[in-house]
Design a protein around this ligand. Structure first.
Ligand code: SAH
Length: 357
């Protein structure tokens, strides 16, 4: 299959961006998803790409060469990505991070001996068999679960499904992260079963927690930050509005023999106000809320929300304390987030030293 792209589309690949949008595709004679050969209008070969006929993101670059893209090709790229992660002090991590590992729209997470993968484009879905063979060969998992229930698949015209593609994958998997154990739920948990994206940060902040101090983990979910904080802190207040999430957190604490975490069901905004009123102070505070800006349209309100929790957290931070703050809103840029923090610091009347982002 071949596709022709405009000069502007070709330029994007030349500049290093792996995507070509619908508006930059000049000719697409065969509208079936798959791997296509891409040419410019003059007929010059540009590379091979995943083709999604229903998506705004029509082409995702796989290779500038003309090699055969089969299960061996995929397994080689997966192995290269896996090798980059050698030495991680955890049993669960993201092995393949899609475009970041030159494997567009493919996410592969490892949970001990099990793999949870996501095929996030129509082009990739059409080579599912090769990709699965490649995962088996490269990672030798006991089971592969496809968490193809991400909303992104809708834009590709793909169904939402969770399917076992190989071997067996249990409902609950015990993970060890820098010596801290927790339970992940590949079939039903958030994302692919746990928030692997904060792995390094959990370890970092765990080590930076003041020994014998007080720590606060807002939006704790299953307590993955709280567990790391609890190793150094005398006591940790772990807060979430979901009782179910907190119950899982408490289970995780039990698994580690940790008893210095106080699990508190509350709205983080209300609780911060209450803590401030009671003049409570914490040496370490973790803010890892859900995405406040789900769309561009509510950006302003989202930033106001971020400012409120950060400002209030700064107010209950003990002198010399550490605030670890984050946002997973795609629409809130690093600059906007940093400016919001400066604003909050100014309003809080506290002098904040901004560490390395
Ligand atoms: N920090 C966690 C992930 C947080 S996910 C980790 O690293 O694993 C977001 C969590 O925030 C969810 O558990 C959700 O129940 C909780 N949440 C959302 N809005 C909240 C609010 N206003 N107050 C308290 N918790 C909230």
């Amino acid at each position: 299959m071949t596709v022709k792209v405009t000069a502007r589309g070709a330029e994007r690949w030349k500049q290093g961006h792996p995507w070509i949008y619908r508006s930059d595709v000049a000719e697409e004679p065969d509208k079936t998803p798959g791997i296509v050969q891409a040419f410019d209008r003059k007929g010059k070969f540009l590379g091979q790409a995943l083709y999604s006929p229903k998506s705004e993101i029509r082409l995702r670059l796989l290779s500038r060469g003309n090699e055969r893209i089969d299960d061996f090709w995929w397994s080689h790229r997966i192995l290269v990505a896996a090798r980059r992660r050698n030495g991680i002090t955890a049993t669960a991590w993201r092995v393949v991070h899609a475009e970041g590992d030159a494997l567009p729209s493919l996410v592969i997470d490892k949970y001990g001996p099990f793999v949870v993968a996501q095929l996030l484009s129509a082009g990739l879905e059409s080579v599912r068999r090769d990709v699965l063979e490649a995962i088996k060969y490269a990672l030798e998992p006991e089971g592969i679960l496809l968490r193809n229930d991400s909303a992104i698949r809708r834009y590709e015209g793909l169904a939402s499904e969770v399917v076992l593609a190989h071997g067996q994958v249990p409902q609950v998997v015990e993970i060890v992260e820098d010596g801290v154990k927790y339970l992940a739920a590949p079939w039903s948990g958030q994302k692919t079963g746990a928030f692997l994206d904060q792995r390094e940060n959990r370890i970092l902040i765990g080590h930076q927690t003041k020994t014998g101090g007080r720590a606060l983990d807002l939006f704790t979910y299953h307590g993955s930050f709280a567990l790391h904080l609890a190793r150094n802190a005398k006591e940790v207040l772990a807060v979430d509005q979901s009782a179910e999430a907190l119950a899982r957190g408490a289970e995780n604490a039990k698994l580690n023999g940790i008893s210095n975490i106080k699990w508190t069901e509350a709205n983080a905004f209300d609780l911060l106000r209450e803590l401030e009123r009671r003049r409570e102070q914490f040496d370490t505070i973790v803010l890892d809320p859900p995405a406040f800006a789900k769309t561009k349209a509510n950006l302003e309100r989202a930033v106001a929300g971020y400012k409120e929790i950060n400002l209030r957290a700064m107010k209950v931070l003990a002198p010399g304390g550490v605030l670890f703050t984050s946002s997973c809103s795609y629409h809130v840029s690093r600059d906007v987030f940093t400016a919001m923090l400066s604003d909050a610091a100014r309003d809080s009347g506290r002098r904040m030293d901004f560490g390395k982002p």
